[in-house]
Design a protein around this ligand. Structure first.
Ligand code: AMP
Ligand code: GLY
Length: 414
């Protein structure tokens, strides 16, 4: 059995670690991967977006199953291309990936199928959009329609900020084509959580819920990032709310996509907010979340290869979870999410039996590992309780000499 993972970040490293538990696995490739994965998988120097080259490689190397991490190749149709070549792939087609690729599509879809989400309007014209703001007031949320690497959402606390966001997107074209359509959405209040599921057509197998920490600094201060840490499960999420999210959001979405003629296969990720009226959808992603994956997969007892094969064969994978909790804290480059330097020698983290290290932005120079991205590493730990898992992770991180080159949040999972 040979597997190809597409991507290069922490999420993909975490997937590889989990996939490696499979006993029938002969070889695992990752394209393009990163230096920290080199011991666990063979890195193939093909960019995620070079779909023709990826398909040619998958054929030549006789890959049995391809798994895709990031959203851009999904939106560009990697699954459609692999399917044309009869190459097995666990990922949605570009038609199904539109749930993430177009926020206006996702909103219209949710409205049609009665899936709980904030009220909204879709705009192409700045004047009309501003008129909406003067009617609704603030706080209000302005979103670029297309993929914007997590930067296309402005939670405007004042009308001035909302108008600025509209000008940035529709007039100054900060997000180019991705922002030529915008969604203006009701501001929802509540605690957030992420719920991912393995999906094949109308079959939905949900995972444990997780929460990521998006702000750069402690106590949720500072700019939004790709995620500074995560934990799972979520103590404040009731079994009832979880069940509601599975039935009223994930299952309805899978059924709706089938009805739309866009059957979904792959990982469906709902970004949810717990409002007074129950969980509502903030966004859909059509792939594993990053950094949620790094704390959810270590809790999964099943063999991940077998799960994906079962799901593709319409068999129930009977997901089982370890008791306890998992916490992951990201070590980021100083300056991230703004400008930062690459090529800094990674701090020595040592090893411990109750923690693990996931590489995100690293590369090897003269045999030494150095930073090569904003999010560099994630230190994770699984333990009986959240607080024990967090304590184990921080014990490792607190030993690291950061030399002003790196930083991490001190309050993940607290
Ligand atoms: P997204 O990139 O869609 O995940 O949005 C980024 C963040 O913006 C979310 O994690 C929320 O914290 C916030 N957000 C998005 N939509 C809303 C909303 N309707 N109400 C309140 N906050 C929101
Ligand atoms: N953690 C949010 C995402 O993966 O988009």
């Amino acid at each position: 059995m040979k597997i190809l993972v597409v991507g290069r970040g922490g999420r993909e490293h975490s997937m590889i670690k989990k996939l490696k538990e499979n006993q029938q696995l002969d070889k695992i490739y990752v394209a393009p991967g990163n230096a920290g994965m080199g011991e666990e998988a063979e890195c193939v120097p093909i960019d995620e977006m070079h779909i023709e080259e990826l398909a040619a490689f998958a054929k030549e190397a006789a890959i049995d199953l391809t798994i895709v991490g990031p959203e851009d190749p999904l939106d560009a149709g990697i699954t459609n291309r692999f399917q044309q070549e009869n190459l097995a792939i666990f990922a949605p087609t570009k038609e199904a990936a539109k749930l993430e690729g177009s926020k206006s599509y996702a909103k219209d879809f949710m409205k049609k199928y009665g899936i709980p989400t904030a009220s909204y309007g879709v705009f192409h014209d700045a004047e009309k959009a501003k008129k909406r703001i003067s009617e609704t007031g603030a706080p209000i949320v302005v979103k670029a329609d297309g993929l914007a690497a997590g930067k296309g959402v402005i939670v405007a606390m004042t009308e001035v900020e909302a108008i600025q966001a509209i000008d940035d997107m529709l007039v100054d074209k900060t997000f180019e084509q991705a922002g030529s359509t915008i969604v203006i959405e009701e501001y929802l209040e509540g605690s957030e959580f992420s719920l991912m599921a393995f999906v094949h057509e109308d079959k939905v197998y949900p995972m444990m819920a997780a929460r990521d920490h998006k702000r750069a600094f402690d106590h949720d201060q500072g700019p939004n990032t790709g995620g500074m840490g995560a934990f799972s499960p979520i103590p404040d999420l009731t079994a009832e709310a979880y069940q509601f999210a599975v039935e009223q959001i994930l299952e309805k979405t899978a059924a709706g996509m089938l009805e739309e003629g866009r059957p979904f296969t792959g990982i469906l990720y709902a970004g949810l907010i717990m409002t007074e009226n129950g969980p509502q959808v903030i966004e859909f992603n059509t792939r594993f979340g990053d950094p949620e994956t790094q704390v959810v997969l270590p809790l999964l007892k099943n063999d991940l290869v077998q799960v994906m094969q079962d799901v593709l064969a319409k068999k129930n994978p009977n997901l089982e979870w370890y008791p306890g909790a998992c916490v992951g804290v990201v070590l980021a480059s100083e300056g991230y999410p703004g400008t930062y330097r690459r090529g800094k020698l990674l701090p020595q983290l040592g090893t411990s039996t109750d923690t693990f290290i996931i590489h995100a932005g690293t590369k090897k120079v003269d045999g030494k590992l150095v930073s090569d991205g904003g999010r560099v590493l994630l230190v994770g730990g699984r333990a009986e309780t959240l607080s024990q898992a967090a304590a184990n992770v921080y014990q490792q991180l607190d030993k690291a000499e950061l030399n002003g080159n790196f930083f991490y949040r001190n309050d993940i999972a607290q």
